[in-house]
Design a protein around this ligand. Structure first.
Ligand code: ATP
Length: 233
């Protein structure tokens, strides 16, 4: 679904990512974990076309992404939920969700709306509530729901556990697993390695802009280096 080959990227003359290789297969949850400043967000920005790579290639659904605008990539099924969630605070839940369907036909939007409401009961119950009154966890569910309205093939989540209690994080990650079970691939960027590795099919560890470890979620969760550096064990 997504392949990064020797991807290098940065800002101006400052190189942040150094020849990263990463792959997300169809129907997989892949976690990208690493400390603050490791380059996780920069990786997502490169994939969704917000910043141009210095070198290397990104292939999504069989076609290279170079030269394609972010909105073209959304139409192709590459959808990103940014860390700040970027909700429309004064709009209702349903209005926010409908904003996510700007690439879809009316019929597709109605179908996706029904799917989002069945996935997140809280959104269905609060469809006329204004988004800014929501708690952090509810806002994260809404941001993910809005991304689903675009009909993604690959959903990229940037630190979805930010500001959430461990319990709410588990609820949100359970929803991410249900999304994967509907056939959507997920690239999950997290500082919270413990919970991300617990649900990931495969994972990568990013340190100072390089991939230093990779494996299945459980292999990495058991790896002594990961346990010491990221799980505090
Ligand atoms: P975090 O958990 O803090 O988001 P991260 O792993 O996502 O960490 P990035 O946000 O990719 O890390 O940042 C990697 C490096 O790039 C950091 O040193 C950061 O200061 C720098 N950086 C990020 N955004 C910019 C920018 N717009 N201009 C210049 N430097 C930036």
């Amino acid at each position: 679904m997504l392949t990064l080959e020797r991807l290098s990227a940065g800002y101006g003359r400052m190189q942040i990512l150094h020849e990263i290789d990463l792959r997300v297969g169809a129907g997989e949850i892949v976690a990208l974990v690493g400390a603050n400043g490791a380059g996780k967000t920069t990786t997502l920005r490169s994939i969704c076309g917000q910043i141009a790579p210095l070198s290397g290639t990104i292939t999504f659904d069989g076609a290279v992404t170079a030269g394609r605008r972010p909105d073209e990539l959304v139409r192709a099924g590459l959808v990103h939920v940014p860390e700040d969630r970027a909700l429309f605070g004064t709009l209702t839940v349903e209005e926010n969700l409908r904003m996510g369907a700007w690439t879809r036909t009316a019929e597709q939007a109605e179908r996706s709306l029904a799917e989002v409401y069945s996935l997140f009961e809280i959104l269905s119950e609060r469809r006329t509530t204004v988004a800014e009154t929501f708690s952090g966890g509810q806002q994260q569910m809404l941001a993910i729901g809005r991304a689903l309205m675009a009909g993604p093939k690959l959903l990229m989540l940037d630190e979805p556990s930010t500001g959430l209690s461990p319990k709410l994080t588990w609820l949100m990650l359970e929803a991410v697993q249900r999304i994967r079970d509907t056939g959507v691939s997920v690239l999950l960027v997290e500082q919270n390695a413990k919970q991300a590795l617990a649900i990931a099919d495969r994972a990568y560890v990013l340190e100072s802009g390089s991939i230093v470890l990779q494996g299945t979620g459980s292999e990495l969760a058991d790896d002594p280096r990961v346990r010491k550096a990221y799980l505090g064990l």
